[in-house]
Design a binder for this molecule. Structure first.
Ligand SMILES: Nc1ncnc2c1ncn2[C@@H]1O[C@H](COP(=O)(O)OP(=O)(O)OP(=O)(O)O)[C@@H](O)[C@H]1O
Length: 594
């Protein structure tokens, strides 16, 4: 119920006026349903067109009188004009309501998805890391789509409920005892169908889980498609997909069965209700014929409304878990927002002195018992090149993530030119050029990939960055040059070309600090040499931080920090560290050349 209230509140807050007008139009249309057909017979009777039939409606006589007063006769053409006009009016109202409804639905869709996307985009890295990407995609795409469609069902339900209340009130005025007995019958039916609502909700939760599983299988498959093909394990992936897809089918069939069963009970209930109703009207309440006709008309309209209310309620129950999943994701992301102005034009930091790590410790929330970094204390001087080395799992990436401000120390401070990094996160991020181990490229041209991080860069600036990254000759040699499309994640380029394009992109931003996170680890000697050369050309011009697996690539670094189990166990330049034959660095260097 709480989720339903939040849903209504969100919908109402979005656009109060449209929400209320839409609802009003829905109620009006519901009340006017079939009015044209209902009116035509009394009007035809008044005109005497149907011989031998006497009209009994006061309003039809009133209308006839009105036309007589203005010197017109209620003839057949006039009746048909009135009938057509009523239908036109109704259709026009219907169209207005449909358009308003569509607008509201789209506004709801856009606002919910933007809100959620923003919450995700500015959430802390640590939270995002802990989530499966497919779960986030599923909530933003599939679950929210269910929520938008649910809006229509929900509004329809509210309108139906309002119409039903009006009809019940009229019925109550005409025959209070009978109406009360009808209401008791309705309550009994609602209680009887309660288990259906609970089952619907459970199925809604299953749909959320299965949607997520399906997307997970699909995205994991596409992400790992090369590995999957190379290892010949397509069939295992296929089986997992088929299993989830079949479970979805089973779940939907179950839902379909539940719906058709509820529909059947409603119809049987209607027959029982009408029989009991007629029996009690005639035998117990002894209504006069006029009351009987009126209450019969109302009740024959009441039951379908109640049935549609029940079906609507069931549909809402299946939709609500989708809404809850979206709200949960949003609230988790909002409570873990980065302290970062969303305006990206937050200036830059030109590093003057350097970055200091003061006694910094960090552990991951999912592994609190184990520090990934312990009491790190060092300085990255501006304009120098520093390398982090250590065996796998020693804490190098954690250190870099703390340097970028993606992670926040659980103890200690990171200072940028003497100021806490956390207070200057936006300008700091604007000043960083980051080249990851697995470079991220858009399925677009080389030009678009470069401009992605720096939209205002000039053509000359782009070529300068390509030159610095030692990839200008390659781009020049391509028939389409900068307009060459690189394919999904850059599949049409070699690993080395990808790395250098991403390096060029990082350099295009003219960063104060360039971070190379194992940027050469997967390259062959030739490509590694090229990147190496590119980095050496940059040395002294900006502050460079390198994570390196191959010790040979960091011989020219000004400072090397050796990490072991989250601790900086040695630091110094290459010569001082390598000359100590019992140092960890020496051992690392030996194992890296083996
Ligand atoms: N998201 C995470 N949740 C929990 N523990 C993590 C997470 N990421 C890293 N760790 C742990 O933190 C420690 C340091 O990991 P980190 O990735 O910083 O090492 P690394 O030196 O960069 O390793 P590699 O060279 O293999 O990339 C490791 O013990 C690792 O298991």
């Amino acid at each position: 119920m709480e989720t339903l209230f939040v849903y209504i509140r969100d919908l109402y807050i979005l656009s109060r006026v449209k929400f209320l007008v839409n609802l009003l139009l829905m109620v009006m249309l519901g009340m006017l349903e079939g009015i044209g057909v209902l009116m035509i017979i009394p009007l035809l009777m008044v005109t005497g067109i149907i011989p031998g039939m006497q009209a009994s409606s006061d309003w039809a006589f009133g209308l006839d009188q009105f036309f007589q007063n203005i010197g017109m006769t209620l003839s057949l053409p006039l009746v048909l004009v009135i009938y057509t006009s009523i239908n036109f009016g109704q259709s026009w109202l219907q169209r207005c309501q449909a358009m308003l409804n569509f607008d509201l639905q789209q506004e709801f869709a856009v606002s919910l998805s933007i809100r959620l996307f923003r919450a995700v985009a500015y959430a802390k890295w640590q939270l995002l890391m802990s989530k499966a990407k497919s779960d986030i995609t599923n909530v933003i795409l599939s679950e929210l789509t269910r929520v938008y469609y649910g809006m229509n069902i929900f509004l329809q339900m509210v309108a139906t409920a309002l119409i039903t209340i009006i009809q019940i009130s009229i019925a109550f005025m005409l025959a209070p005892g009978l109406t009360c007995s009808v209401l008791v019958g309705v309550c009994v039916l609602f209680l009887f169908l309660r288990s259906f609502y609970m089952e619907s909700r459970k199925m809604g939760q299953d749909i959320t889980k299965l949607n997520s599983d399906l997307l997970f299988t699909l995205t994991e498959h596409l992400n790992g498609i090369k590995d999957i093909k190379s290892n010949g394990i397509e069939s295992a992936q296929m089986n997992s997909f088929i299993r989830t897809r079949n479970m979805m089918k089973k779940n939907l069939s179950r839902y379909n069965k539940l719906q058709t069963r509820a529909d059947m009970y409603n119809k049987v209930g209607a027959a029982i209700f009408i029989s009991l109703f007629l029996f009690s009207s005639i035998e117990i309440f002894q209504l006069n014929p006029q009351q009987l006709i009126l209450v019969s008309v109302i009740s024959s309209r009441l039951w379908p409304k109640l049935a549609s209310l029940q079906m609507g309620f069931m549909n809402i129950q299946t939709m609500l878990p989708g809404f809850r999943a979206a709200k949960e994701l949003e609230s988790q992301c909002l409570t873990a927002q980065e302290d970062l102005p969303q305006d990206e034009d937050g200036g830059r930091i030109e590093l003057k002195n350097g970055v200091e790590f003061h006694d910094v410790s960090f552990y991951y929330e999912s592994a609190r018992a184990k520090y990934a970094l312990v009491n790190a204390d060092f300085v990255l001087s501006a304009g120098t090149t520093t390398a982090f080395v250590g065996v796998s799992g020693s804490g190098k990436s954690t250190l870099v993530d703390l340097l970028i401000g993606l992670l926040t120390p659980v103890k200690g401070n990171v200072l940028v030119d003497g100021e806490p990094l956390s207070e200057h996160l936006r300008p700091w991020r604007n000043s960083i050029g980051y080249v990851p181990q697995d470079p991220f490229l858009l399925n677009a041209s080389i030009r678009d990939n470069l401009l992605w991080a720096c939209p205002d860069a000039s053509e000359d600036g782009v070529w300068e960055a390509l030159r610095l990254a030692a990839i200008d000759a390659f781009v020049n040699s391509l028939p389409e040059g900068l307009d060459t499309v690189v394919g999904d994640r850059g599949v049409r380029l070699s690993g080395g070309e990808r790395q250098r394009i991403v390096l060029a992109r990082a350099l295009l931003r003219k960063p104060s600090v360039l971070i190379l996170d194992e940027a050469t680890s997967s390259l062959d000697a030739e490509n590694e040499k090229r990147i190496q050369q590119a980095i050496e050309n940059l040395q002294g011009k900006l502050t460079i931080v390198v994570i390196a697996h191959r010790i040979s690539t960091i011989q020219n670094a000004d400072k090397i920090l050796v990490l072991e189990q989250g601790q900086i166990v040695e630091q110094g330049n290459y010569q001082s560290l390598i000359s100590n034959r019992v140092s960890r660095f020496h051992a690392l260097a030996c194992s890296s050349t083996e």
